[in-house]
Design a protein around this ligand. Structure first.
Ligand code: UDP
Length: 354
């Protein structure tokens, strides 16, 4: 048996890096393949450390989802043609690369293992296409590493047999420890971090404009707070120059940060306003209050625990969320709802037995 890890995006690199490292620490070889879906965003991630010896297929995404799936699946099918029948393919999460990997592997009759299994919003349109992708990957995988007790329950409810499930937690929590020394910080800096990148938000131009208006208003309403937004390249085109020109000085747009810098900044912040699943998980682990700016959430855990809230993605949602954070109305308490530092090791220990 040999283990082959397929990834393509920033969050996959961050969450698979510690699993690959743990597999190798157990003395088992691991082959790594990168589709190339993300390029610049992989800078400063485990793509440059634990995954650095990976082979890249060199297929960057141009934003066309169906085209990317077809292209990446075809390339992965060719890549997998000569591999041994005993190869076990590992994919993570819900991206086009992960789905392409699972499709190509099952086409070749290889076993598929799914890291961060069972995450669900129960809404096929949000997040799109990720909710559809992860359901499809579940249907193709043999082994499912559930990211939380909620995820485990989702998989059981969908009929996945219990012996094929492992409740491991999310290796994103292992990544925090492996790649950074970020830890809960008291008292925090008067900074609110912002990250936004979801396609479904960009597909509703009125809502997007309303969110931008909300950020502008929040900057004016809270001059003592610094708002820091590392802008995902996928949303750059949707930020009007006219909006940036009227921003107050305490609202700062910056380039995407390398992973370690990002989580260190997050740990020191008063709170975060985000539509990112990974950032919401990291905020929970680091005890950073979080406003999840989405219509539905696929990470109910920290919201149920009272350390995060969901707000609609519009000016009112931003205003109410920022007020909760700036007034310290959400508890600053680290919680382990997404597992702990051992998640990657637990996954690796099971993988090497296959
Ligand atoms: N991240 C980063 N630099 C940034 C913004 C985010 O390293 O400037 C990290 C973040 O800490 C988290 C991951 O990227 O680990 C989240 O990725 P993203 O928001 O793109 O995807 P999602 O988690 O929603 O799938």
């Amino acid at each position: 048996m040999s283990l082959l890890f397929i990834y393509g995006t920033r969050p996959e690199a961050i969450k698979l890096g510690p699993v690959v490292a743990a597999v190798r620490a157990l003395g088992c070889p691991a082959v790594v393949v990168c589709t190339g879906q993300h390029t610049t965003l992989l800078k400063g991630t485990p793509a440059e450390t634990d995954l650095a010896d990976g082979h890249s297929l060199g297929i960057p995404s141009d934003g066309n989802v169906p085209k990317y799936l077809t292209h990446a699946t075809a390339a992965l099918k060719s890549y997998l043609t000569p591999v041994s029948d005993e190869t076990v393919v590992v994919v993570q999460g819900d991206t086009m690369s992960a789905l392409a990997g699972a499709l190509a592997a099952t086409d070749r009759d290889l076993t598929v293992c799914h890291v961060e299994a069972g995450v669900r919003s129960h809404d096929d349109d949000d997040p799109w296409p990720e909710e559809i992708n992860r359901r499809k990957i579940t249907s193709l995988a043999t082994w499912h590493y559930a990211a939380s007790t909620t995820a485990y329950a989702n998989l059981l409810a969908e009929g996945i047999p219990q012996p094929c499930l492992r409740l491991t937690g999310n290796p994103g929590i292992s990544a925090l420890a492996r790649y950074s020394d970020a830890r809960p910080i008291h008292p925090p800096e008067p900074t609110i971090l912002i990250t936004l990148h979801r396609r479904e938000l960009l597909r509703r131009p009125d809502e997007w404009a309303s969110v931008l208006e909300g950020i502008l208003d929040a900057g004016r309403a809270w001059p003592e707070v610094r708002f820091c937004w590392p802008v995902h390249p996928g949303v750059l085109w949707a930020i009007p120059l006219s909006w940036t020109q009227v921003l107050p000085k305490n609202v700062v747009l910056i380039e995407p940060l390398p992973y370690r810098k990002m989580v260190l900044l997050l740990s020191s912040c008063t709170g975060v306003v985000t539509d990112s699943g990974g950032v919401q998980e990291e905020a929970a682990a680091l005890g950073v209050p979080c406003v999840c700016l989405r219509h539905v959430t696929d990470r109910p855990e920290s919201i149920e625990a009272g350390v995060a809230v969901r707000m609609d993605p519009n000016a009112v949602g931003v205003a109410q969320g920022v007020e909760l954070l700036a007034r310290g109305r959400l508890e600053r308490r680290p919680i382990d709802v997404h597992g702990d530092v051992t998640a990657a090791d637990q996954i690796a220990r099971h993988l090497v037995t296959l």
